[in-house]
Design a protein around this ligand. Structure first.
Ligand code: SF4
Length: 320
């Protein structure tokens, strides 16, 4: 398959995850996977809402209070309400971030400013429920609804990590496709390379997107690209589970039904079953399939990003 020659993609990130001492107590939350592994393949654009908003280090810790849909950001000990200040800053900052061409954002979990979900919100009686979203994270996700966002805690789950990394690299290729000359042919080419990726996330979207690029000659090109992007993002938000991967692998097997001997078919089926049962990682059947792709010269499969995930050094699919 054609090698991508793309510049490193840019991810926004909560600054403390890079080891910067910006937390309320002067500490950090260095995440070695993000700095030492993923950091070799991406450019980070750090954002610390509380420091950039002018709260200083060290500072009194903050928490969310009140209505989960419109919480207030309040200092824990002295009860000062900083909601308006943070909201004004966040509105300005997300507009500035438009220039960064972000393909994703990794936020710090549990933070009342950065957290993307299940942030504690305190009621008038001081009882906390984990139903909030950090003030900056909410502003970011509302401003950039198509950009993948994950938090450091969820990224410790190999399946969620694999999904997020896949989404940001697909996003980068999509941005590249959108920047080039737009045409139905270019869209078909993008779609063809991502068919099995899409299928692994959502068989329903795979069918809808296939019909969209193949049939809709009447739709203006801008509307066609917009609709395709909406469906692509929606599809990739659905987690690619071992069951869905198993179905994709069996679908791929169909391309070899004439070439593989009964013994080779049985071996591949056994490996796919072992993967489904969690005994071997996804890279095992994918490696065997890639061997057959080369051996039997299957150009369609050779062009599938699903089988040639970038970048290999991230060892995606070694765990998922
Ligand atoms: S969680 Fe967010 S606001 Fe808090 S220190 Fe980290 S980057 Fe700053």
């Amino acid at each position: 398959m054609k090698k991508d020659a793309l510049a490193p993609l840019t991810l926004g990130i909560s600054t403390c995850l890079l080891g910067e001492e910006v937390r309320w107590d002067g500490g950090h939350k260095l995440d070695r996977f993000l700095t030492d592994t993923l950091g070799r393949f991406v450019r980070y654009c750090p954002v610390c809402p509380e420091v950039e908003c002018g709260f200083g280090v060290p500072r009194e810790p903050l928490r969310l209070e009140g209505d989960p849909h419109a919480p207030r950001l309040v200092t824990v000990r002295t009860g000062q309400d900083h909601t308006g200040r943070m909201l004004r800053w966040a509105r300005r900052r997300v507009r500035e971030l438009e220039a960064e061409d972000l393909c994703g954002f990794i936020v710090k979990s549990t933070s009342p400013s950065c957290g993307m979900e299940r942030i504690e919100i305190y009621d008038a009686g001081g009882v906390a429920v984990p139903r909030g979203v950090g003030i900056f994270a909410r502003g970011f996700m509302e401003h950039f609804p198509l950009i993948p966002v994950e938090d450091d805690r969820r990224l410790h789950d190999p399946v969620l990590r694999d999904n997020f990394i896949e989404r940001v690299f697909v996003m980068q290729r999509w941005r590249n496709a959108v920047r080039g000359r737009r045409s139905r042919g270019a869209l078909v080419s993008f779609h063809t390379g991502h068919k099995l990726v899409t299928l692994s996330h959502s068989p329903r979207h795979y069918r809808i997107m296939g019909r969209l690029v193949a049939q809709d000659q009447a739709m203006p090109i801008t509307a066609l690209y917009d609709e395709y992007q909406r469906l692509l993002v929606e599809a990739l938000r659905r987690t690619a589970t071992p069951a869905k991967h198993g179905n994709v692998l069996q679908h791929i097997m169909g391309y070899f039904k004439k070439q593989l001997s009964p013994a080779a078919k049985a071996e591949l089926l056994e490996i796919i079953a072992s993967y489904r049962q969690g005994h071997v990682p996804l890279i095992v059947p994918v490696t065997l399939i890639n061997h057959y792709v080369r051996l039997y010269d299957q150009p369609y499969l050779a062009g599938q990003y699903y089988l040639h995930f970038h970048p290999l050094e991230l060892q995606l699919r070694n765990h998922a």
